[in-house]
Design a protein around this ligand. Sequence first.
Ligand code: ADP
Length: 176
Amino acid sequence: MSGISDRIRVHTGDITKLAVDAVVNAANSSLLGGGGVDGAIHRAAGPELVAECRMLNGCKTGDAKLTKGYRLPARYVIHTVGPVWQGGGKGEAELLASCYRRSLEIARNHDCRTVAFPAISTGIYRFPKDEATSIAIGTVSDFLRQNTMPDVVTFCCFDEQMAELYRRAVTALREG
Ligand code: ADP
C-alpha cells in the first residue's frame, strides 16, 4: 500500500540544481537576498529574481511569497521567512511550521506537482536541527495527507548529516 512517506524524498545536494516545479527559498524578511541558500538561489536565478522580489514589499516571518524561477531549472521560487532561533520561547516552532504550510498552500494554488525545501532556519538562523527536522516532516506529512497537490516533496539537504536526520524521521513516519 502506498503511504504519505512515498510522496516524500530526501536528497543531498544543491537545491539550485533541482528541476522541480518550485524550490523554496529560506529568505529573510526583506526578500532582497542574503547568505546561505538564499544567496545561492539568487546567484543561480540571475538578477531578474531580485528585481521581481523588490516589488513584493518584503515578507513576514512564517509567511511565503512566490516569484518565477528565471535561470533556475525550477519554474517558481517560493520565498519563505523562517524564525531566528531565540531559545524556543518566542513561538519559533509554530512559525517554522507555518513556513512549511504556507509554502505548500502557495505551491498547491499554482498547480505545482513537485516542490523542494531546504532545511529552513537551520543555518544562519540557528534553529536546532533535530527539532527543525521533526517540524518539517510533521507539517509536510500532515499537509500531504489532506491534499493531493503537491504530489511529491523533496527535502534537499546540503550535507549528509542533515540528510540522515531526515531519513530517520521519514522511516519513523513509515513505521509510526
Ligand atoms: P536560514 O537563515 O533560514 O537559517 P541558511 O541558508 O543559513 O538559512 O540555511 C538553511 C539550510 O540550507 C542549512 O541547512 C544550509 O546548510 C542549507 N543550504 C545552504 N546552501 C544550500 C544550497 N545551495 N542547497 C540546499 N541547501 C543549502
